[in-house]
Design a protein around this ligand. Structure first.
Ligand SMILES: Nc1ncnc2c1ncn2[C@@H]1O[C@H](COP(=O)(O)OP(=O)(O)O)[C@@H](O)[C@H]1O
Ligand SMILES: [Mg+2]
Length: 334
């Protein structure tokens, strides 16, 4: 928990919530909080001598595959998605490319790198307004702006580029905001999010009473069913495992758009995924235990290590020394 990203504080709350719930259920929990002022996460994880890691990190360095990769190498099973899915989901541009490949509707967009920012007018062309500007790889609405004209767009891009080398400009979609909770590829339920300010920014997400949460969403049940199926497809397109939350916008008309998949969704006792699970009859402690039960290693490094010990060491030396194909064939005894 904790970590180095802009979502550090939320992560600490997620971590403490999960740790308390698991302790209450008799698990032996060590809280590993790392950050800019602590020892490195690798050192802390080794020192804690854990059997399994319940990941409570959000944002870059924690939700994006980095810590997942470390745990694969250390051979410690961990909760949630693997390295690749975590990295894809954290990168909003790559996630949208995957959505398009898998026929998952997502708002039209373009990306602006630091080098391209001076050509913004040309890049934006006839894209139109309002538009949403966000950093490519942030969460919790950090660095997100709604632009209704070019001056606002420029300010938004500058703000996003302060946080990330690449900004994403997306068509603004007016509609119901629905978040779907999933566990191991199966939908737990959906919740409608109605920020009182009209904008689901950082304050609306984390200030008590700033947002109304409606469960089930105010949509016909057939439509909610369709939205859930779409969320399932979005998570599958990225290959997600364990808990995840898919954020969608649903218009008054026929359209549904996937904004993003969160592979390490907020897990404080009052976060959306626990709210959705509670509505489905799964209390917070049971949800934490169900997530813990799904912890695993994905990269198959242990299996490969076991196989390679059976291969005679010297064969690798012959292959490395082989000057030509003929040498190589002699070396392997053909
Ligand atoms: N294209 C869009 N149209 C309308 N609102 C948007 C759009 N993109 C984002 N938002 C609003 O901003 C919030 C955060 O955007 P999101 O893409 O989910 O990033 P984050 O990772 O910061 O949660 C959304 O929950 C939604 O309220
Ligand atoms: Mg979101």
């Amino acid at each position: 928990m904790g970590g180095l990203s802009a979502e550090r504080d939320v992560s600490l709350r997620t971590g403490r919530g999960v740790a308390d719930a698991l302790r209450e259920r008799g698990h032996d929990v060590v809280e590993i909080a790392f950050g800019p002022d602590t020892a490195g996460v690798d050192e802390l994880v080794r020192a804690a001598r854990i059997d399994v890691a319940f990941l409570a990190l959000h944002g870059r360095g924690g939700e994006d595959g980095c810590v997942q990769g470390l745990l694969e190498l250390l051979g410690i099973p961990y909760t949630g998605s693997n390295v690749l899915s975590s990295a894809l989901a954290m990168d909003k541009v790559k996630a949208k490319e995957m959505f398009r490949l898998h026929n998952v509707p997502t708002p039209p967009y373009y990306a602006v790198s630091e080098d391209e920012a001076s050509d913004l007018e040309e890049l934006h062309g006839s894209f139109g307004f309002p538009a949403i500007v966000k950093p490519r790889s942030e969460g919790s609405s950090v660095g997100l702006t709604k632009a209704t004209n070019f001056a606002e767009l420029e300010r938004g891009v500058t703000a996003a580029l302060r946080l990330d080398p690449c900004a994403l400009v997306e068509r603004f979609i007016a509609g119901h905001e629905i978040h779907v909770g999933l566990l191991d590829g199966r939908v737990l339920g959906a919740i409608e999010v109605v920020p009182k300010s009209g904008f689901y920014d950082y304050a609306s997400k984390y200030t008590a009473g700033a947002t109304e949460y409606i469960l089930p969403p105010r949509l016909p049940s057939t439509r909610v069913h369709g939205v859930m199926k779409l969320a399932e497809r979005a998570a599958r397109a990225l290959g997600c495992a364990g808990p995840c939350r898919v954020d969608l916008l649903v218009t008054e008309g026929e359209n549904e758009y996937v904004l993003e998949v969160n592979t390490l969704p907020g897990m404080t006792p009052t976060s959306l995924l626990p709210k959705i699970a509670a509505h489905a009859g799964i209390d917070y402690g049971s949800l934490c235990e169900a997530i813990l039960a799904g912890a695993k290693l994905h990269a198959g490094l242990e299996k490969k290590a076991a196989t390679s010990t059976r291969v005679p060491r010297h064969s690798a030396v012959y292959v490395a020394d082989a000057e030509s194909d003929a040498d190589l064939l002699r070396a392997v005894g053909e």
